[in-house]
Design a protein around this ligand. Structure first.
Ligand code: FE
Ligand code: FE
Length: 283
């Protein structure tokens, strides 16, 4: 029997979704991330650009560019506000403000009595999309991530678009192990650059390791959905993958779910954020 969840489409007031009406529609679970039937031309173009430009050299350069976290000093809630001006062009399931997705993910975790650090992770996991504010193109901010410096798994989304990636001309970078030792662990692997790795860098000093792992790899669907890249992951990754799989259920299936009154929820989340973070962080 086809499992269905109830979806509500929100009609938002002009600012960050802190007041809203809703209409109800239903969306079957299998319809999430349905790129075959749901991918618009703009999503395809997004992945063409992403797969063409995410080279090993690009990733190394981006890591160096942001390593010092010297772009801005901002609090969590400042970034949350900024995020509402950003649209994720890679997402076939979400056309709501990012803050609504943040609250929806966190609330679904809270409803299931998940630990407070995981609820907090739900709230903040996409804040790295603030990279667009620094002038990064969408293909360097959002979308599924994948290892660079080794062969691409066929389970990575839209693999044909890798054809114009300059790394395909380098046989080492296209071999199965590439530049990596067997079971070297994901922490030693260069992932395509985007909001996951960047937010991990920002959050490193503040959150438990499970939360950091989720933040760093939540867009790595080839690993946590398709169980690919087993030749790179080590025992530590194996121990963390269940968290990633668990989180992805909330990240994905909370999209456009039940009614959320962000204003009412704010005091709870302000306290939670204050427990873990200083007033300002380096971005
Ligand atoms: Fe994300
Ligand atoms: Fe998300």
């Amino acid at each position: 029997m086809k499992k269905e969840i109830i979806i509500f489409i929100f009609l938002l007031t002009p600012h960050n979704g802190f007041g809203m009406q809703l209409n109800q529609v239903t969306k079957p679970i299998n319809d999430f991330r349905d790129y075959e039937n749901n991918a618009s031309d703009s999503i395809k173009e997004f992945y063409r650009l992403n797969h063409t430009n995410q080279t090993l050299a690009f990733v190394i350069a981006q890591k160096a560019k942001y390593a010092d976290l010297d772009k801005l000093s901002m609090g969590i809630w400042d970034v949350m506000d900024i995020l509402d001006t950003i649209i994720d062009e890679s997402d076939p399931d979400l056309s709501l403000p990012q803050s609504v997705h943040a609250f929806q993910t966190a609330e679904k975790l809270r409803a299931d009595n998940q630990p407070d650090w995981l609820i907090l992770t739900g709230l903040i996991h996409d804040l790295g999309k603030v990279l667009t504010l620094f002038g990064e193109p969408q293909w360097a901010v959002v979308g599924d991530t994948f290892p660079v410096g080794c062969a691409y798994s066929e389970k990575v989304i839209f693999t044909p678009y890798f054809q114009d990636n300059p790394d395909t001309l380098n046989s080492l970078l296209q071999s199965k192990q590439g530049i990596y030792k067997p079971q070297c662990g994901l922490e030693n692997v260069y992932m395509s650059w985007g909001h996951d790795e960047y937010l991990y860098m920002v959050m490193k000093d503040y959150l438990p390791e499970q939360a950091l792992y989720i933040i760093r790899y939540h867009s790595f669907y080839a690993a946590h959905k398709e169980d690919e890249y087993t030749h790179l992951i080590n025992d530590y990754d194996q121990s963390m993958l269940p968290w990633l799989k668990l989180f992805s259920q909330y990240d994905l299936y909370s999209k456009s779910s039940e009614q959320i009154n962000c204003t009412e929820l704010l005091p709870y989340y302000q306290e939670l954020v204050a427990q873990y973070f200083p007033e300002k962080l380096n971005w």
